[in-house]
Design a protein around this ligand. Sequence first.
Ligand SMILES: NC(=O)c1ccc[n+]([C@@H]2O[C@H](COP(=O)([O-])OP(=O)(O)OC[C@H]3O[C@@H](n4cnc5c(N)ncnc54)[C@H](OP(=O)(O)O)[C@@H]3O)[C@@H](O)[C@H]2O)c1
Length: 324
Amino acid sequence: MATPEYYTLEGGDRMPRIGFGTWQASDEVLERSVEAALAAGYRHFDTARAYENEAALGRALRRWIGEDTTRRQHLFIVTKLPPGGNRPELVAEYFEASMKDLGLEYVDLYLMHTPFAFVHVPGDLHPKNPDGTMRVDHSTDLLSVWKSICKLKESGRARHVGVSNVNAEQLRRLCAVQKPACLQVEVHALCQQPALVAEARELGVPIVAYSPLGSKALADALAEKTGREYPDLLKLPIVQRIAQAHDRTPAQVLLRHTLQRGLAAIPKSTNPDRIKQNITLWDFELSASEMSELAALDRGEQGRICDFSFFLGIDKHPEFPFKK
Ligand SMILES: NC(=O)c1ccc[n+]([C@@H]2O[C@H](COP(=O)([O-])OP(=O)(O)OC[C@H]3O[C@@H](n4cnc5c(N)ncnc54)[C@H](OP(=O)(O)O)[C@@H]3O)[C@@H](O)[C@H]2O)c1
């Protein structure tokens, strides 16, 4: 069966299965990268209030739209409510701030970035205590926040709403209120999340894989801090061998693996050649035995990179999603 290029969402909107990640790029680099991505054919762009780059992304997108307002409908733009906004009465305010920076009339998808929360401190998205731990808001009412996010759809300025970084139990609770249009979570060869993928599929919630190439910058930063080793996904011998067999790059193999599992992915790159590579994925196919070899690379919870340990003390939050 052909690998679909889109998820079809409620109402018929289409979310391209390859999107462009924007985390950890300076404004100038990001604007150039977004131009390269648009030229390469990306139409799905992922940002977040917490990335502090919505204005740069908005500038690049608005330049591309230019005078031809019909172009907007071909884009799929995603941004996220930061952890400091996880209180029902703050959702609209944070949404408006994102809309102002993006300079767009609507976003295609608005996500709850994390189920855990920081204390809301105006002007500080990552508030810390003097000892370096995060100022955690332990009183989060996940379902009330979700209901407030769902209300954003009424104005039409958030066409769809969804969640990120929740576990299966939290996803079930959210679905009992309203089904999220999407679940964005870490998924790659070493962290394949088969149980969560199966649960989301059963609930009818499409998954978008973040850090699909192993988020090297984050892995390197964590390795330096903790001494833990993070294997480079692109250098795994199985991935390299399969890449050679198809005359493709390791990144293309990893992304194709994600697509053939029926998921979407949002790789980030600031390099024009790699940006093109990461969306040139529909003219080759991994065999069933290659898919099995790649499936066997899964390390379960040990393979997770973005475990939010960089937010000191966040694992004490009652809605912290990951098992130790
Ligand atoms: N919801 C969440 O909590 C959450 C968390 C993490 C990420 N995200 C989203 O997911 C996006 C992607 O994840 P990520 O940025 O963590 O990491 P990623 O996409 O897994 O990896 C990015 C790294 O891979 C390199 N790279 C990209 N294409 C490559 C290629 N073809 N060959 C070799 N290296 C390549 C990039 O370097 P170059 O730039 O030099 O190419 C960069 O160092 C983020 O940007 C963000 O939008 C969401």
